[in-house]
Design a protein around this ligand. Structure first.
Ligand code: SF4
Length: 305
């Protein structure tokens, strides 16, 4: 950390204590944001940590749907975001009206909703899933039921193949993960022939099919620590490399593509965290009935384990 970042981090820590705040940062955040956070993890992990803490204020460094999920699980807490413009293009690829139209065309279908979605989308869904438990969630659904899977078609395709269930896929995708191409994996493998390839299931199908392991962000961190290999090619957003290097020192990590850099995730920085804490701005506000409706599919997911 340079001197300016160190000074900002000190000011943030002082204010954090005064405000009884907890700072959580998604695995894709800038290195200095991860370093100032109390916890780093995936979106649901962080929302659950936020719900368990006795902190009164949660500073959520991620994108908006993540902060909304934290608010849904901790309605009595103040959840603030460093930059309210940090949206997620994938989450924005489904609107409540569009989803209602598809539900109307498939009456009785079960809607499985990836956590990378707005509170409104969750509220229209039957059960949520993460990239770590999506296969398990889909397998838990009655075999006679039609299943609408929103919004990520790549994750949906992977889940369909792993679960053996036909899914009605939404035409959404993560632009950042789709920047990782099969030729990137080939090139990295030529450069590092001993490396183990781990990719996120939001990647394109040919990329998923080339990988040694397919895992969520927390799964990638776990595999990197547990596997005997010393070198890894990582096919997800490049912010995770910072956490991997910290938590698996002595191992080498290579980005499958340096283009997998989510501009929305990187909107948060130390000055914005400090401003948000100083002014207590950018609070996540959700109507009580929306919180209640969006919470139900999350709790259903948690109940299946
Ligand atoms: Fe959304 Fe993809 Fe960026 Fe995650 S990496 S916030 S899914 S656009």
């Amino acid at each position: 950390m340079d001197t300016t970042s160190k000074k900002l981090a000190e000011d943030i820590n002082r204010l954090k204590t005064a405000r009884r705040a907890l700072i959580v940062a998604h695995n894709y955040q800038r290195p200095e944001v991860q370093d100032v956070a109390d916890f780093t993890g995936d979106s649901l992990e962080l929302s659950r940590i936020a719900a368990q803490t006795d902190a009164e204020v949660i500073v959520f460094c991620g994108v908006n749907f993540m902060a909304e999920t934290a608010k849904i699980l901790s309605p009595a807490k103040t959840v603030i975001v460093p930059d309210p413009n940090a949206g997620c293009p994938l989450a924005n690829m489904v609107t409540p009206r569009q989803l209602q139209e598809v539900k109307d065309r498939h009456p009785g279908a079960v809607v499985v909703c990836y956590v990378n979605s707005s509170a409104e989308t969750k509220a229209l869904s039957d059960i949520c899933c993460t990239s770590a438990n999506a296969v398990q969630v889909v397998k838990s659904i009655d075999r006679d039921s039609e299943i609408i899977f929103v919004p990520d078609k790549s994750l949906g395709d992977y889940v369909s193949r792993r679960s053996g269930r036909e899914l009605i896929l939404w035409n959404g995708y993560c632009p950042t993960h789709h920047r990782i191409l099969p030729e990137d994996i080939e090139a990295r493998r030529r450069e590092h022939p001993e490396a183990v390839v781990i990719v996120h299931p939001e990647c394109l199908r040919p990329v998923v099919d080339m990988a040694d392991h397919v895992a969520s962000t927390s799964g990638i961190v776990r595999l990197a620590k547990e596997l005997d290999a010393c070198e890894f090619i990582i096919g997800t957003e490049i912010g995770i490399l910072h956490r991997l290097k910290k938590e698996a020192p002595g191992k080498e990590f290579y980005a499958a593509s340096r283009l997998a850099d989510c501009p929305n995730m990187k909107l948060n920085d130390l000055p914005k965290i400090l401003w948000a804490l100083e002014d207590m701005t950018n609070k996540v506000e959700l109507a009580a009935d929306l919180i209640e409706r969006a919470r139900a599919p999350i709790e259903k997911m948690v109940a299946i384990g």
